[in-house]
Design a protein around this ligand. Sequence first.
Ligand code: EPU
Length: 430
Amino acid sequence: MTKYVINGGRQLRGSVSISGAKNAALPIIAGALLANDVCRIENVPKISDVTLMLEVIRGLGAKVRLINKSTVEIDSRGVRDIPADDDAMREMRASYYMIGVMLGRFGHAVAAMPGGCDLGVRPIDRHIKGFEALGADVEVNGGRVYASAKGGRLVGAKVYFDDISVGATINVMLAAVLAEGQTVIENSAKEPHIVDLANFLNSMGADIKGAGTDVIRIRGVESLRGVTYSIIPDQIEAGTFMAAVAATGGEIMIKNVIPKHLECIAVKFEEMGVEFEKGDEYMLVRRTGKLESTNVRTLPYPGFPTDMQPQISAVLCISEGTSMITEGIYDNRFKYMDELKRMGAKVQVDGKVAVIEGVKKLTGAKLRASDLRAGAALVIAGLCADGCTEIRNVHFTERGYEDIISKFKGLGADIERVELVEQDEMADVG
Ligand code: EPU
């Protein structure tokens, strides 16, 4: 067990470099298995979800070699059509990409139902609907998904999603690239990582058009080849640093970003009084004056991302006036508000809506993270609070943020990662 200890109240200053995008890296690592060849993936974030995904593909016979801190070589020539490891699959949501990949490459897949952060019910019915449209029989039995293509190979088809799903769009893309004929995905998700995955697969020889719009057309090809590919920067990690400097005040340079991907986040912080200067691959973020309240509704891209909802809420807790947050994606993404209340935040949650009445300051407290982005929000709250904040359950945060402690320290924060010995854990339970 580990905790973060933060002495708040220091303004952030300096520069920080953003790592590769978690939600692009996971499907790209899975997608590398579609080629019976070797891929070199660059700008891979060093986070625990990536470690788990590499474990899943190793279990299927892929050879994985770390070339350097952020480059991974994946040799998929030895991959076999065996069930994916149940334990690793259950640990994270993105493991479901193995179903699309194995179905596309071998015509059948067996995998445990995925796990992931607890944000309310997270079914995979849209993924299954997509696989079935491509001619697969899919059965869920005893916690596992059994999928097999009638006739041994998937056949391209029209897939219409009633509601947008990032994961189902990606999974159908992964399954369809090696299918026979054309697949058209309508009402597809448009997130930057969907475009990144399409670019990766196209560089391997796939024929995908329209990624980034709500209609994606995929012409199936016979095979894919190995490539070298560099993952896009993480939009949410960059947004988290924006939120942090908004909360503490100061000025930071966020490097290695695609500013276009950050517009949907920056626009809300601008409404709150945060200033931005954009370059080709950087954003300078400054907050010198007071913070204003604003209303936020989370939506699929290019709307304000749900994965930034906890972080902006932490900032709104110390903004002047009343803000309303409406969660448009998940049923239950406000659990962390109880922790913010321990710090003096004034928040009322009613279903998918939270009303925040800004207070002058938060005060340090002992907190527990309930999921990945909740953990990030508590770090932000701790950085701007008076006094000392301790955050437990930080393994959630480390699923998606590379070197979060050293990056914040580099910006002048007083934050430490402390390994707990058994005695500390007992004291905490008591
Ligand atoms: N949904 C269904 N049925 C499905 C699929 C989704 O009902 O078959 C529901 C979900 O329960 C949710 C909504 O539809 O309420 C949207 O889910 P979506 O499929 O778009 O999300 P996801 O693919 O499971 C990815 C990210 C999440 C991010 C969402 C939304 C990965 C590995 N995860 O999840 O990231 O919140 O898209 O942008 O890419 C995170 O990084 O912290 C995180 C939770």
